[in-house]
Design a protein around this ligand. Structure first.
Ligand code: ZN
Length: 504
């Protein structure tokens, strides 16, 4: 057995090395590579991708995995078994889907971002329909090859992003939001919107000053820059490869300094998750977290529960004024707090506030579900979108750009991903509630003792990496299974207080 294990570890080393190179190229491309570097890079990427593909389909490697899994009981190291299972699951696609279909799909994907961009310029969903049809056909093929006795249809895709989730699981969650949250949102967003000082959204906020705020937030929330980095990008993301190398990005807009503040807070949450992994998971497939939802939860916790709290801005607003004395003169912390928390019936998901965010996700979930249940034609998506937006968010898009063309996910073949965003927000509320039973988080924020919060997250969630399921971690950290009631009551309590003007 030892010989087989060593063989597996050798392959793992090579795969991680390929991942590292791929990660670095991606990072470079999205943060600093010159525009004209694309052609030469893509030639190198093609060679590397082929080598990486061959490595993962190497017969000896796949046989090694099969042998180890067949002799599971002889392996003492439990993490190793989980590690093997994790990569075995990941390899199912390239193992089972016929190679010509796989390659045909990669060719479609290589062009799809451009088609999506063209459709956006034309504000015409029809332009992307043929591409989307190809992508969805392929996804249906993937489903066919990955289906098991227990997991069928759209559940196959949901399970790829959030292990153990299913239509049944999400329907139950979203039904609660439909019953509890939608009437509340409709009530709270009724009538004229409160007026805010125009300086908040019309003044110029120089980007080099916004970057000083990013640095300040990183320092206060204790994202360790000796083991991390921050750079500029167009669409912010976090990208990590080991506990000693986790990088975040942000985007800056002169006339809107608020976007970068909350995107930095969000990415810091992601980054701290990975920095807090047990370092023994570096170089293994268990590095990171068990699911997209749980990772997203920590980002939402930093962005919303902490970053959009009054305690936080009471403590840190002075730093914004220091950087922007003219722009923010006459604006108090309270007004800023209310401004960044105003609930709105907006059309664009990425601009949605904390209260309405998950309702945008529900629109996408319903559509995906109908597509994979063969109840909705691709060309009819915009119409369905308008109906569902009116029903869930109370607003209708004027054109396709404000409708289904606003997100890139589908054009990239990401189906089953969206629901994990909403789940992340709900996990965050449950985690926040559990944390508050042992720590007074508000007073921690007021006293700038963030290491207490970070330590709790590390010990209860982050240190496990991907060695436990989301359900197991939630159980350990909060004492119960996923329960959406925390999310609903957190939102209702926060936004009722905001509306009435009472803040504590
Ligand atoms: Zn995120």
């Amino acid at each position: 057995m030892e010989k087989t294990i060593n063989k597996y570890l050798d392959y793992r080393k090579k795969i991680i090395a390929f991942r590292y190179v791929d990660w670095l190229i991606n990072w470079d491309q999205k943060t600093q590579a010159p525009p004209k570097s694309a052609k030469f890079r893509s030639e190198q990427v093609e060679v590397l991708s082929e080598m990486y593909f061959d490595l993962r389909r190497d017969k000896e490697f796949l046989e090694t995995i099969d042998e180890l899994l067949a002799n599971e009981e002889k392996i003492e190291d439990e993490d190793l078994i989980k590690d093997i299972k994790k990569i075995a699951k990941e390899l199912r696609v390239i193992r089972n889907v016929p190679i010509d279909e796989y390659i045909k799909y990669q060719v479609t994907l290589a062009k799809s971002t451009k088609v999506w961009q063209e459709a956006r310029d034309l504000k015409d969903f029809d332009h992307i329909v043929p591409t989307l049809e190809k992508i969805i056909d392929y996804q249906k093929t993937v489903i066919k090859y990955l289906e098991t006795d227990e997991i069928k249809g759209y559940d196959v895709l949901l399970d790829l992003f959030e292990e153990g989730s299913s239509v049944e699981f999400y329907d139950k969650f979203f039904d609660e939001l439909k019953n509890e949250l939608i009437p509340f949102v409709m009530e709270i967003t009724k009538g004229a919107r409160p007026k805010y000082n125009r300086k908040l959204f019309t003044r110029e906020y120089p980007i080099y000053k916004q970057k000083e705020i990013s640095k300040y937030l990183i320092q206060k929330l204790q994202f360790d820059l000796d083991r991390g980095a921050i750079r500029d990008t167009v669409h912010p993301f976090t990208s990590g490869i080991s506990t000693d190398d986790i990088r975040i990005t942000s985007d800056y807009h002169e006339n809107n300094f608020i976007i970068s503040i909350f995107s930095v807070l969000h990415e810091i949450g992601h980054a701290i998750y990975d920095q807090n992994n047990d370092p023994k998971y570096n170089g293994t497939f268990l590095f990171g977290s068990p699911s997209y939802g749980l990772h997203e939860a920590q980002a939402r916790l930093f962005e919303n529960m902490i970053g959009k709290s009054y305690s936080f801005w009471q403590r840190h607003y002075h730093r914004l004024v220091e950087e922007f004395p003219k722009q923010l003169s006459g604006i108090e912390a309270l007004e800023f707090y209310k401004y960044v928390n105003q609930p709105q019936r907006s059309k664009i998901r990425t601009e949605a506030d904390e209260l309405t965010y998950s309702l945008h996700i529900m629109v996408r979930y319903e559509i995906e579900k109908e597509i994979f249940e063969d109840k909705l034609k691709i060309r009819d998506i915009p119409k369905r979108w308008r109906t569902l937006m009116a029903k869930y968010v109370g607003v209708k898009p004027l054109n396709d750009l404000e409708g289904p063309l606003q997100d890139i996910h589908w054009a990239l073949g990401s189906f089953g991903y969206f629901p994990a965003y909403a789940l992340g927000s709900a996990y965050a509320a449950q985690i926040y509630n559990a944390m508050n039973l042992v720590i007074n988080v508000e007073s921690v924020i007021e006293n700038e003792n963030m290491s207490i919060v970070n330590y709790w997250l590390k010990e209860n969630i982050n240190k496990y990496g991907g060695s436990k399921t989301s359900e197991e971690i939630l159980m350990l950290a909060t004492g119960e299974k996923f329960n959406p009631k925390y999310y609903i009551s957190y939102l209702k309590s926060k936004f009722t207080k905001l509306k009435s003007g009472k803040l504590k």
